[in-house]
Design a protein around this ligand. Structure first.
Ligand code: GLN
Length: 475
């Protein structure tokens, strides 16, 4: 008997259309798999809701008119709200918080007839790159359970890779869709800033956050992206944008390779910080594109070296402002003991984890009077330079190819005591968010059984080009 959980969206849709199985069959197959799993990919399973949605989808399917996502089960990162379901952002402070409304992306999926299986694990408030900052334990990597799934969308990444969901929605502030996609060997797309509504996403750093699809292949990614993108009156940063297929071909395509990403070498010739086997996989992918007729051009992103410093000022600043609302009064955990200040201090002290506190402290400091100009304002200026570097590069090339992560999935616990070591792993992903660009992680090879992603970066609103080329690279 065929394992229904192995199917892609397209294949499952065909099966539903041909009446080979029902959405209830499909949903039950996933639920069974989730219940047996020890990956910790889900923080909650919405079994009753899922089965109800599946029954509704089956009714719709009977009429013969149904969208491609109708009846297909998915996972939603637990920082995105699903009405009536818990939304914890993997934080103790929101442990019992129930979402009062649907995020726009969830509303859109529900309208398309999607089946929501549950809420995916994440780093607390999406702060992290390994998934280990979840207050409810790290998600294990399905390829090696002693390793991280990558973060912050760790649950969605592992769930899709382990067939515990057909697809998932994640969010990406500095790599959180691409990193777990790379680590888990799936396809993840971080859309252009403004392409997808963030209404109903618990904010991390609002000038960078984007919601995007995580799927088994490029085609599925495209299907989901098409379903969720576009203007939303509830998110002022969203823009009127309609996805249109691109017929762009690898033949004649100009691919930029940033020289700075491979420049700093040790005496041995090895690139500093970049695993030589990861470098080889990325270089092989570039070679493959060249053999298919692409023109490879060296480009320069001279300010890339400041991206980490810039990101880790802007993000804590915005996070410290965004997280001020979790004060023990308005949402979630409330320690009613002493006066008002005690309530704030005790609720936040008990409810928030160390990385979240670290960012609030750094952000509050960097925004305080006397320091604002030296840190926040300076970082915003550097951000402009990084943006300009990409703008210049895209005058010469169609897409940029580079690594997602400098290393394959790390061991659980390997870097938990060293925040800086964790931040350094974001080196290839964060510039994209600072510049508001779209980028995709495509499985490109394996190092000792661990998947490694190739990052394909496009110019603003050129998801169609990225997806088209990724699909050609995939085959
Ligand atoms: N690892 C990065 C950080 O910790 C990215 C997080 C994200 O994209 N949400 O900020």
């Amino acid at each position: 008997m065929q394992d229904l959980t192995e199917l892609t969206i397209k294949q499952a849709h065909e099966g539903l259309k041909n009446k080979d199985f029902t959405s209830v069959d499909l949903t039950k197959a996933y639920l069974e798999k989730i219940k047996k799993s020890d990956l910790n990919a889900y923080l909650s399973i919405t079994e009753d809701l899922a089965l109800e949605e599946a029954r509704k989808a089956d009714e719709k399917i009977k009429t013969g008119e149904f969208s491609i996502l109708c009846g297909i089960p998915c996972a939603i990162k637990d920082a995105i709200m699903v009405e009536g379901q818990k939304c914890t952002a993997a934080s103790k402070i929101l442990e019992n918080y129930v979402a009062p409304y649907d995020a726009t992306v969830v509303k859109k999926l529900k309208e398309a007839g999607a089946v929501i299986l549950g809420k995916g694990n994440t780093d607390e408030f999406t702060m992290g790159g390994s998934g280990e900052n979840s207050a409810f334990g790290a998600t294990k990597n399905p390829h090696d359970k002693t390793r991280v799934a990558g973060g912050s969308s760790s649950g969605p990444g592992a769930a899709v890779a382990a067939n515990e969901a057909c697809y998932a929605l994640g969010s990406d502030t500095g790599g959180s869709i691409r990193m777990p996609s790379s680590n888990c060997g799936i396809v993840g797309l971080k859309p252009t800033y403004g392409a997808v509504s963030r209404y109903g996403l618990i904010a991390h750093a609002s000038s960078l956050d984007q919601i995007g699809p995580m799927a088994k292949n490029v085609e599925d990614c495209k299907i989901i992206f098409e379903a969720i993108c576009g203007k939303d009156s509830k998110d002022a940063t969203s823009v009127d944008y309609k996805f249109e297929e691109s017929d762009i071909n690898l033949k004649g395509l100009k691919i930029g390779v940033p020289k700075e990403y491979f420049a700093l070498r040790h005496g041995s010739g090895q690139v500093k910080g970049l695993d030589p086997e990861v470098e080889k996989i990325v270089k092989d992918a570039i070679k493959k594109a060249k053999e298919a007729g692409a023109e490879i051009k060296e480009i320069s992103l001279p300010n890339a070296e400041f991206a980490l410093a810039c990101y880790y000022i802007i993000v804590p600043c915005e996070a410290s402002a965004n997280l001020a609302r979790f004060d023990g009064i308005r949402y979630g955990l409330s320690e009613q003991d002493g006066n008002l200040l005690d309530v704030y201090l005790k609720s936040r002290g008990k409810g928030l984890g160390p990385e979240v506190k670290r960012r609030i402290l750094i952000g509050t400091y960097a925004l305080s009077s006397g320091y604002y100009d030296a840190y926040y304002k300076k970082a915003q200026e550097v951000r402009q330079l990084i943006k300009q570097d990409f703008a210049k590069a895209f005058e010469k090339v169609d897409l940029i190819f580079c690594p997602v992560s400098p290393v394959p999935a790390i061991k659980i616990g390997e870097k938990t005591d060293d925040p800086l070591a964790n931040y350094l792993m974001d080196i290839y992903t964060i510039s994209v968010n600072l510049a508001g660009l779209p980028a995709l992680s495509l499985p490109a090879g394996k190092v000792g059984g661990l998947p490694v992603g190739l990052q394909i970066i496009g110019n603003h609103f050129q998801e169609n080009k990225i997806l088209s080329i990724a699909s050609q690279m995939e085959s």
